[in-house]
Ligand binder design. Structure first.
Ligand SMILES: *[C@@H]1O[C@H](CO)[C@@H](O)[C@H](O)[C@H]1NC(C)=O
Ligand SMILES: *[C@@H]1O[C@H](CO)[C@@H](O)[C@H](O)[C@H]1NC(C)=O
Ligand SMILES: *[C@@H]1O[C@H](CO)[C@@H](O)[C@H](O)[C@H]1NC(C)=O
Length: 418
């Protein structure tokens, strides 16, 4: 590093960043991670530190070739928290979730959970420089404990959060361009799982929240326990955004065990669900009964998934096997693994997301244990190629941004509108 930490670190927000410990309530304080921001980025990626002293959103710009340049850390306005596992509270995937941070490109906004503060924060994305995110309103209560996943509806006019702690369930907001997140009446719904704060898991914990493609249902995946398989809890969404008083349960197909990720299958009203007990499940809400549970030979913990519009395939992330498997679905949603990509030992890949840059798709994989972002160029079906690995801990350390691989979580992308 040729530049001193002082030069790299400057606070742009009006509210002061209180040093050594507490991050100010509203969030938005900026710490630069690079000496020179990319001038005209094609997009950005975002993930969170989920650190207990203060949750930070880490951003990187996407260049024309899909490669990343770390840009800035922005305080999320709350604290992170790590769930409790059988081995203590260590291990990657501290929130046991997918979707801890999400973007609505249509609305130009980003939302993240602060699991240790039981809040949700909303940010506005600068379309000309999407790493430049600014708070939109104050962080709001998640109305539960240990929020772990958020979901925007199709046009980004609403956001819902999934709580996974002792008070667990869902809650929804209107995305107001002036006020930020505004509670939607009759959208706070409890699940009543026997849980703790921080949540115990992965077994018995919730995983991801998502709207059905037509917006008529809100779904939350539940991993199930050693004695009973997981399922999707499902609420009807009314025109005003309120939810049905009771939730239904959408079962996994025979053989399905653990409902983790909820990746929409476009135009099919169905979800690709990574299942660490088996491989993956197809959950069909269309009434066409194409539900399936598909075993992946040799998989260890396939928890996350992403879809590429360009290849038409799904990318299932196996943290235990340190492997990404590419899955193709046929017209009846019958899935099969068409390629497999192994990461360097010790990477522990978790949350992942794609972005279309100049007509080509790239896959951004959070390498939690290695504290990297792994970049894959999706050159066609079954032709993914790892083109770079971005060191996150080095620049973060130099800039004084605390982070640990066991806490890192989430992956969201934004593509600039040109
Ligand atoms: C909830 O879980 C705890 C710990 O696993 C257990 O001791 C307790 O009996 C459970 N309570 C209910 C109502 O099932
Ligand atoms: C995580 O990385 C460390 C090195 O930083 C390595 O010793 C350890 O084995 C890795 N853990 C896993 C689960 O790969
Ligand atoms: C990241 O950079 C730091 C500081 O330069 C270095 O110590 C660390 O080994 C690097 N990590 C990886 C995964 O390359």
């Amino acid at each position: 590093m040729r530049f001193s930490t002082n030069l790299l670190t400057f606070v742009l927000s009006a509210t002061a960043l209180v040093s050594a410990g507490v991050i100010e309530r509203r969030g938005g304080s900026v710490t630069m991670l690079t000496k020179a921001s990319q001038r005209h980025p094609d997009g950005a990626v975002y993930f969170i530190t989920n650190e207990p002293q203060g949750n930070m959103i880490l951003t990187a710009s996407i260049g024309s070739d899909g490669n990343l340049r770390l840009d800035r850390a922005v305080s999320a306005g709350g604290r992170g928290l790590h769930g409790v596992t059988a081995a203590g509270n260590t291990g990657v995937d501290g929130l046991f979730s997918q979707g801890a941070i999400q973007v609505s490109s249509k609305a130009g906004v980003l939302a993240t959970v602060n699991a240790g503060s039981d809040t949700v924060s909303l940010f506005k994305i600068d379309p000309r420089k999407p790493t430049n995110i600014t708070p939109l309103g104050d962080p709001v209560s998640s109305e539960g404990e240990f929020p772990s996943s958020v979901a925007f509806n199709a046009d980004g006019s609403r956001l819902c959060v999934l709580n996974g702690g002792a008070i667990n369930g869902v809650n929804c907001y209107t995305v107001d361009k002036e006020l930020g997140l505004v509670q939607i009446p009759n959208s706070l719904r409890y699940l009543g799982f026997n849980q703790t704060t921080p949540a115990n898991g992965p077994p018995g914990s919730v995983s991801q929240i998502a709207f059905s493609e037509d917006g008529s249902k809100l779904l939350a995946s539940f991993k199930g326990t050693a004695t009973a398989p997981g399922y999707l809890a499902s609420w009807d969404v009314q025109a005003d955004g309120s939810l049905s008083a009771q939730n239904g349960q959408v079962a996994l197909a025979q053989g399905g065990m653990i409902a983790f990720s909820l990746t929409p299958i476009p135009q099919q009203n169905a979800f690709f669900v990574a299942d660490p007990g088996v491989g993956f499940d197809i959950v069909d809400l269309s009434g066409k009964k194409r539900d399936a549970s598909v075993a992946i030979t040799g998989q260890m913990a396939t928890c996350w998934s992403a879809y590429s519009a360009k290849t038409g395939n799904y990318y299932a992330i196996d943290v235990g096997g340190n492997t990404i498997r590419e899955v193709a679905l046929d017209g009846n949603l019958k899935g099969s693994v068409v390629a497999s990509y192994t990461l360097p030992a010790g990477t522990s890949p978790i949350d992942s997301e794609t972005a279309t840059i100049r007509g080509k798709d790239y896959l951004y994989v959070l390498g939690a244990n290695a504290t990297t972002v792994e970049v894959y160029s999706l050159n066609g079906p079954a032709k993914a190629q790892r083109i770079s690995s971005v060191n996150v801990s080095g620049p973060a350390h130099s800039a004084g941004v605390p982070l640990q691989g066991s806490n890192l979580q989430g992956m969201a992308t934004y593509v600039s509108p040109w």
